[in-house]
Design a protein around this ligand. Structure first.
Ligand SMILES: Cc1cc2nc3c(=O)[nH]c(=O)nc-3n(C[C@H](O)[C@H](O)[C@H](O)COP(=O)(O)OP(=O)(O)OC[C@H]3O[C@@H](n4cnc5c(N)ncnc54)[C@H](O)[C@@H]3O)c2cc1C
Length: 452
């Protein structure tokens, strides 16, 4: 039964570590809505209301639409207009998708649209040297370990991925989209959630999901604190075209200012993720294109011939951030709203897709039993599944960044020894490839390619 039909009774016992009830209502602080919207609100209640229709929120909406029992209804609210058809949100990032994310996309019928623009990663090389080193010795490589069957990772352009998600959402009858639109207030009690939109409409549902990114307004208004810190680094991203083919090889140079990644895109193009000191990054962004390409070439090298910029460059602040709780009363956090990690291993979005698969599995199983999908028991199961795993991944990436982003000679020696040993241990390398592909641990069924 849904919200409006039930009598009011006492609140269920609060979940451990969640915000107090009084923090779960907020009013008027989010940006005003812009017209037009893609759906008009109606009085019929939804099962799930997702705020944030980016990669993670959009994929969650699609997954529930495909897997939940008959009659299940989803509302999707996003502050930006949908990115579909010819109107694609500008985002110069290349995103590495793990094999597990690909499995999820296959299960919900999204993979054919994504695959059109996806470049398989066939090998990985890792080097560690000062910027001016004449040689960058190969320290660790993954080549044979990645050739056992299907590719373990793919590179896609962020704008194209978002377009594929938005196009699929637009076709799905069980999803009602409200975009561009924002939430001005939400109220939660033991039986349901009421979400008041900036346009004055009200949506009712059983479960509210915050997929509104790193600066999640829903998380803040729910009083959920975060743990973390800003890195003394900015992530510069750009796409480059080059003269020679990359043969699907991804390269990670650990330079003293931070990791510099060359990630293969389809065609003779690569995506760059360049971690740099924030002030230096600002100068590079403000300088001329020629000066930028000259600095880029110092790091990129000449292996693939001459390089040219193929699109805009952008700089992102980098930080580690983990929400202290992934759930509150009738609220679940997913994606960057729950955790933001250093991009050095290209895992942020893939961790978000683990949230999607875990929450979808939890919600669908609960709905099939006719139970309350927003109950503390349901949400606690999701939180148990995802919080430790996300915090662990964030910590590993933080540790790698700290170990490598410096010019300390003794640490360089330790790194060379450690990576050299890993390079000579084929079983360990296969395990690491499986780990990066998202195939280890308590993997949700959709990520293993199984239906719910
Ligand atoms: C430089 C860089 C490189 C990266 N590379 C990789 C990679 O290779 N592989 C990988 O897996 N990850 C990578 N990541 C991480 C990845 O980009 C993020 O994890 C991912 O974008 C998170 O998706 P999301 O949907 O949770 O959040 P977002 O992408 O931030 O989407 C949030 C959505 O919420 C909407 N929204 C925001 N506020 C509101 C509001 N108030 N009301 C309604 N809607 C709202 C926004 O419009 C947006 O659509 C990288 C990150 C960076 C910075």
């Amino acid at each position: 039964m849904l919200f409006e039909k039930r009598p009011r009774v006492l609140m269920p016992k609060r979940l451990a570590g969640v915000a107090p009830r009084s923090a779960l209502a907020y009013r008027g602080s989010m940006a005003a809505a812009r017209k037009p919207k893609t759906a008009s609100p109606d009085a019929a209640p939804y099962d799930v209301i997702i705020v944030g229709g980016g990669f993670v929120g959009g994929t969650l909406a699609l997954t529930l639409a495909k897997q939940a029992p008959k009659g299940f209804r989803i509302a999707l609210v996003d502050a930006a207009p949908p990115s579909s058809g010819k109107s694609v949100r500008k985002d110069p990032r290349g995103l590495a998708l793990s094999a597990a994310t690909k499995n999820l996309f296959e299960a919900i019928g999204l993979w054919p649209a994504v695959e059109k623009n996806a470049q398989p990663i066939r090998s990985i090389e890792i080097t560690d040297s000062p910027l001016n080193a004449s040689l960058r010795p190969h320290l660790l490589g993954f080549d044979d370990e990645m050739k056992s069957g299907e590719p373990d990772a793919y590179l896609v352009e962020a704008g194209e991925l978002l377009r594929a998600v938005c196009d699929a959402v637009a076709k799905e009858k069980r999803i009602n989209c409200f975009a561009p639109e924002t939430v001005s207030e939400f109220d939660i009690d033991g039986f349901g959630v009421r979400v008041h939109l900036a346009s004055d409409a009200t949506l009712k549902g059983q479960l509210l999901v915050a997929a509104d990114g790193k600066r999640s307004g829903l998380r803040q208004r729910a009083g959920i604190k975060t743990i973390g810190w800003a890195y003394p680094q900015a992530g510069i991203v750009a796409t480059v075209a080059h003269e020679r083919p990359h043969h699907g090889k991804a390269v990670q140079h650990f330079l003293p200012a931070g990791p510099f990644a060359i990630l293969p895109l389809n065609g003779d193009r690569s995506s760059i993720v360049w971690s740099e000191e924030p002030e230096r990054a600002q100068q590079l962004m403000a300088g001329s294109e020629d000066a930028f390409v000259a600095e880029l070439t110092r790091r990129f090298g000449h292996r693939l011939g001459e390089i040219t910029l193929d699109g805009p460059r952008q700089s992102f602040p980098l930080e580690l951030q983990i929400a202290r709780a992934f759930v509150a009363d009738r609220l679940a956090l997913v994606g960057d709203a729950a955790h933001a990690v250093h991009p050095l291993a290209g895992q942020g979005l893939n961790i978000g897709m683990r949230d999607v698969a875990a929450l979808a599995e939890t919600v669908v199983e609960t709905a099939r039993l006719g139970l309350d999908i927003g109950s503390p028991t349901t949400l606690e199961r999701y939180q148990r599944w995802r919080r430790f795993d996300s915090a662990f991944s964030a910590t590993v990436m933080d540790g790698i960044n700290r170990l490598f982003s410096n010019d300390n000679v003794s640490l360089r020696g330790v790194r060379a020894l450690g990576l050299g040993l890993v390079d000579r241990a084929p079983r360990l390398k296969r395990f690491l490839v499986r780990e990066a592909a998202g195939g280890t641990g308590d993997v949700p069924r959709l990520l293993k390619g199984e239906g719910l």
